[in-house]
Design a protein around this ligand. Structure first.
Ligand code: DX5
Ligand code: ZN
Length: 224
């Protein structure tokens, strides 16, 4: 099989926030395609990370697309602030709102690309009617809220289902996987249909990050 394009979105959550500007520079020089920014509100998930000021302050320091993952309740009230702060992609959780299609439309009106994230316990069926409206679907491969957790292999089936649905229905979304993505898990993820690997702790553990992404790519292609 011909290798598909594999993209990387390293998560700043895996780094040290006191060195955020330097960590962003390391993400850019690794050859990554996006930078992943995890916003947690202490309500949808227990932890609190950062908000629009942090993202807005980082924005002028890089040309990379900011891939903002909102783990917040009532995202419809908050997406404007993150679009203004410089997000390129805004992803909201299917479980965080009763109005997913309205939020996706609002994100597009604000000039960003839009994504839907799915917790490990949420099935693809739950968002089937919203799939035509999404640019990205993020399959959480850990329970959202913390970096450094163990990959949940049962989530691979959802990636396969999303890949099948886009081929049969002609949907355009790219599939992201988020949580526990490493050299040990990239192969099955890529084989299942993932296009974008979000990687936090595995990425920041490495000293040579460009070489790490090359190894991830090689490992993925071994599974085709
Ligand atoms: C978890 C976040 C992830 C996190 C991934 O709730 O959404 O983006 O940074 O970290 P690792 O790669 O360490 O699992
Ligand atoms: Zn994330």
């Amino acid at each position: 099989m011909e290798p598909r394009n594999l993209l990387f979105s390293p998560s700043i959550l895996g780094g040290n926030f006191s060195r955020a500007a330097a960590e962003l520079g390391e993400i850019a020089s690794s050859g990554a395609d996006y930078v992943h920014l995890d916003v947690m509100d202490g309500s949808f998930v227990p932890e609190i990370t950062f908000g629009r000021k942090f993202i807005g302050d980082l924005r002028p320091l890089s040309d990379l697309v900011f891939d903002v993952h909102l783990m917040v309740n009532r995202p419809e009230d908050k997406v404007r602030a993150f679009a203004d702060a410089g997000a390129g992609i805004i992803t909201v959780h299917a479980e965080s709102t009763d109005h997913i299609v309205r939020v996706l439309s609002l994100i597009k009106e604000l000039g960003c690309e839009c994504g839907i994230a799915l917790n490990p316990g949420t099935s693809v069926n739950f968002i089937e009617a919203a799939l035509p409206f999404a640019d990205y679907i993020t399959v959480m491969t850990v329970n959202p809220g913390w970096g450094g957790q163990k990959f949940i292999p049962e989530c691979l089936k959802k990636i396969e289902a999303l890949d099948y649905l886009r081929r049969t229905e002609g949907y355009r979304y790219l599939i992201e996987a988020d949580g526990g993505v490493s050299l040990d898990t990239i192969g099955p993820l890529y084989k299942a249909g993932m296009d974008i690997a979000i990687t936090g702790s595995a990425f920041f553990r490495e000293s040579d990050k460009a070489q790490f992404l090359d190894r991830m790519r090689e490992k993925a292609e071994e599974w085709l």
